[in-house]
Design a protein around this ligand. Structure first.
Ligand code: NAD
Length: 357
């Protein structure tokens, strides 16, 4: 049965970078006989301009029906003055919650060709390839009760609740173990089990799950140590699994190790492996419309989409190899440009990836 892909270009540089990823997807669709069908819809500011809301019913309905979604980015100064509920970002959050995308996968890959872009020494980060699996719909960001209350002595107290049910831990754990199985079979679960009971349970469930994945080596690390190890010796990690808040912080830390936000893809998956794939960066309004944005994070997001939602591993690898090849050829968009390389536009970078395929 053919699988369907929904393209949501969004705002700013979104349409420019999604256009390049779309060409790449058409190419592998043909080359590997994947039988993918494509559709597109409006989200974010583009949808607000069209119909007044950031996530129109038609877009949500198409998203529900699709096997996978490729999103550019949303937002920009044009819509910043709107009230919270009508901001472009609500389109993104609405998609995440409506599709129950609980698992966020963020690889931090440093292509050896770009080692000088990192703030760490090249030998510490060259060849870095970590996958952070972050729980996205639970934990302290969503736990009840929450708020600011007044105590009897008149002082105000802010409070949030860090909660995870056993089933929430189990389902994110499974995604992480399976990701580790597809990689180097090492999984590090990050918690704060020396202080927080909720993460004592987290650790217990991870240990329990490990029995079902005997080929994966499970280890545990406290979050403060993990933050330190990520900058000290990041290559010790293969897959990291952690809760919403710790994952929020550690995935940004890991992303920065690579030095180039224009290179990083991400995936958010639900229980049916339906997923939304997007670059880690935003809509870059400062460079939108200039044809200089780096399309590689979006192209690599398309590769992740083929791997995790469309069961097309061979096509995913072909795209990743093509990206590596264009970097070997010395082609660089402005954000990753350094001396001795050839500066190319968004379009030229896309064309080079196509040629490498
Ligand atoms: P940003 O990621 O858009 O831009 C940060 C800097 O990185 C800018 O200088 C930009 O030019 C550069 N940059 C980003 N992507 C690039 C690419 N592919 N190639 C070359 N350079 C690139 O973050 P920001 O400036 O904080 O946010 C801009 C808008 O994007 C805001 O409206 C924000 O809300 C939105 N945003 C959206 C998402 C999303 O859609 N997932 C994520 C983050 C921010």
């Amino acid at each position: 049965m053919s699988k369907s892909v929904l393209l949501l270009p969004g705002d700013g540089i979104g349409p420019e970078i999604v256009a390049e990823a779309e060409k790449v997807l058409h190419k592998v669709n043909e080359k590997f006989g994947l039988g993918l069908k494509f559709d597109s819809a409006l989200v974010g500011g583009a949808a607000i301009d069209d119909s007044g809301v950031p996530l129109p019913e038609e877009t949500l309905s198409k998203a529900r029906d699709a096997d996978a979604i490729l999103l550019g980015a949303v937002g920009g100064p044009k819509w910043d003055a709107l009230e919270m509920a009508l901001r472009p970002e609500k389109g993104l959050l609405g998609l995440r919650s409506n599709l129950a995308l609980f698992a966020n996968l963020r690889p931090a890959i440093l292509y050896p060709q770009l080692a000088s872009a990192s703030s760490l020494k090249p030998e510490v980060v060259s060849g870095l390839d970590i996958m952070i699996v972050r729980e996205l719909t639970g934990g302290i960001y969503f736990g009840q009760p929450r708020g600011v209350r007044e105590l009897e002595n008149g002082e105000r107290q802010g409070y949030n609740t860090y909660v995870y049910t056993e089933s929430e831990i189990r389902r994110i754990g499974r995604v992480a173990f399976e990701a580790a199985q597809q990689r180097n079979k090492k999984l590090c679960s990050v918690d704060k089990a020396n202080v927080l009971e909720v993460t004592v349970l987290w650790r217990e469930i991870m240990e329990d799950l490990a029995k079902e994945y005997p080929d994966v080596e499970l280890s545990h690390m406290y979050v403060d140590n993990a933050a330190m190890q990520l900058v000290r010796a990041p290559k010790q990690f293969d897959v990291i699994v952690t809760g919403n808040m710790f994952g929020d912080i550690l995935s940004d830390e890991a992303a920065m190790l690579t030095g180039s936000i224009g290179m990083l893809p991400s995936a958010s998956l639900n229980a049916d492996k339906q997923g939304m794939y997007e670059p880690c960066h935003g809509s870059a309004p400062d460079i939108a419309g200039q044809g200089i944005a780096n399309p590689l994070a979006t192209i690599l997001s398309a590769a992740m989409m083929l791997r995790y939602s469309l069961q097309a591993e061979e096509a995913a690898q072909a795209i990743e190899a093509a990206v590596s090849k264009v970097l070997d050829q010395g082609l660089r968009t402005a954000d990753i440009m350094s001396e001795g390389h050839t500066r190319v536009s968004t379009l030229e970078m896309g064309e080079a990836v196509l040629a490498a395929l």
